[in-house]
Design a protein around this ligand. Structure first.
Ligand SMILES: Nc1ncnc2c1ncn2[C@@H]1O[C@H](COP(=O)(O)OP(=O)(O)OP(=O)(O)O)[C@@H](O)[C@H]1O
Ligand SMILES: [Mg+2]
Length: 419
């Protein structure tokens, strides 16, 4: 495991670009030493649509985090989302030579290659090949076959791919910024590291990250990722609906949504009126708060219904015993969890990072799940021995990273080894 190392998570979202710099100390604990969040430009529905604008936004975000951390960023784990992301489960089988003393690293690589064969078409880019389980001579449920003996090795994998264009534009963007990509990571897979517990992943859980332009989904069963998808819908659609319904600007609609928006009529807090500026900003008028619910609820229900269809399509609907964890900025909308529970018929809870350290107040927000999740993902990869491209310059060591506090099913637990 790397010591005194800097790891960087870069979440390029539709609403914001966020860079977090983590410092891995002697005791393998991580401290967040820099956060740089700036408004996103050149990104729509999770995809880069204007390269130059995106480069500038990412540069601003990285520079901001560098100033806070007092260190330079040379490489980063970068998130990817967008509805071009698709996933498929596949398996590969190989024969193990009788002369081998046991299954080797090469055998594992070979069987993973066999599982990938023919899956990725030329217009797609491979993002992840995640092993779900290994089967040796018919014996299933093996997580690490290294050194075991057997004649026939089978590997079941979950493969996530993205469109060539979207992935190449992300790579171009990082080239333009001048920061190396350590790895491109599916956003919801990153988030899952800080908002889902191992116990939930084992039981069967859906992670739903509702941002501004996308809703990312990841289903875990028996501890592994089995289904991933991205819907091109998010909080921006709610803001647009409000702007149209209230005949006001997008900026005003966004403010109204954040300050007074709700997806359910919750009695007292839905009473009264809200003052709204007209489209040209010259007039003010009042609308009942209940009217906001009438605009917001149908859009939230629509998003939840589309997610419900994805759950059905996944084939894992009956296996989500740990329910649904909802994160991303839009999860903060009052009433959203209740609408989701009704739509899915499953227990739903809010998911957010539980970092303990100086910057906790800033980062323990559902909008930071992906960025912090990238750090956690990076830490796991380093622990597994993945080579680190270029460590950052000039480091001091402080060991202040803490565990993640998890609140699920009404039980508060401290998960020391979460990061
Ligand atoms: N308190 C709140 N109530 C309602 N919506 C909120 C609140 N806070 C943030 N949002 C919404 O959350 C969205 C931003 O979330 P987030 O930062 O997770 O998006 P993103 O990661 O940039 O986008 P994406 O993941 O879709 O590419 C915006 O639509 C914003 O209006
Ligand atoms: Mg996001």
């Amino acid at each position: 495991m790397g010591r005194d190392e800097i790891v960087v998570g870069l979440d390029i979202g539709t609403k914001k670009v966020c860079t977090v710099i983590g410092e891995l100390g002697e005791s393998d604990e991580m401290e967040i030493i820099g956060v740089g969040t700036v408004p996103s430009v050149g990104v729509k529905k999770g995809i880069i649509v204007d390269l130059e604008q995106a480069i500038q936004a990412v540069k601003r975000s990285i520079e901001k985090s560098e100033r806070m951390a007092g260190t330079r960023v040379n490489s980063a784990f970068v998130s990817i989302a967008g509805s071009h992301i698709t996933s498929v489960n596949s398996k590969g089988v190989i024969a193990i030579s009788g002369e081998n003393p046991g299954i080797s690293e090469e055998d594992i690589e070979r069987v993973m290659e066999a599982a990938k064969a023919g899956i990725v078409s030329p217009d797609r880019e491979l993002i992840h090949t995640l092993s779900r389980e290994f089967v040796i001579d018919g014996q299933s449920g093996i997580t690490d076959p290294l050194g075991m003996s057997g004649a026939r090795l089978e590997c079941k994998v979950h493969i996530i791919t993205g469109s060539n264009t979207a992935v190449q534009n992300l790579i171009r963007c990082m080239e333009g910024v001048g920061v190396d990509i350590e790895e491109i990571v599916f956003g919801a897979l990153a988030s899952s590291n800080v908002v889902l517990s191992d116990a939930e992943k084992e039981l069967g859980a859906l992670l739903m990250d509702i941002g501004a332009g996308t809703t990312e989904l990841a289903i875990f069963v028996e501890g592994v990722l089995v289904y991933s998808a991205v819907l091109p819908l998010g909080g921006n659609h709610i803001t647009n609906d409000l702007a149209i319904g209230l005949k006001t600007s997008l900026n005003e609609a966004e403010k109204i949504k954040i300050n007074y928006g709700s997806a359910i009529d919750n009695g007292v807090s839905s009473e009264g009126v809200v003052d709204i500026s007209s489209l040209n900003g010259e007039e003010k008028y009042s609308v009942p708060k209940k009217y906001l619910v009438e605009i917001i609820e149908p859009r939230v229900s629509e998003i939840c219904n589309l997610v419900r269809n994805e759950i059905k399509r996944s084939g894992y609907a009956e296996m989500l015993s740990a329910g649904v964890t909802i994160t991303g900025g839009t999860s903060l909308l009052p009433g959203l969890i209740e609408v989701a529970e009704k739509s899915f018929g499953l227990p739903c809870r809010l998911g957010k990072p539980h970092y303990e350290g100086e910057l906790a107040e800033m980062v323990n927000n559902p909008a930071y799940s992906t960025a912090l999740g990238l750090l956690s993902y990076a830490e796991k990869k380093l622990a597994e021995g993945q080579p680190h491209k270029r460590a950052s310059s000039k480091l001091k060591i402080k060991n202040v990273f803490s565990g993640i506090k998890e609140a699920s099913q009404g039980v508060i637990d401290w998960l020391k080894d979460f990061f």
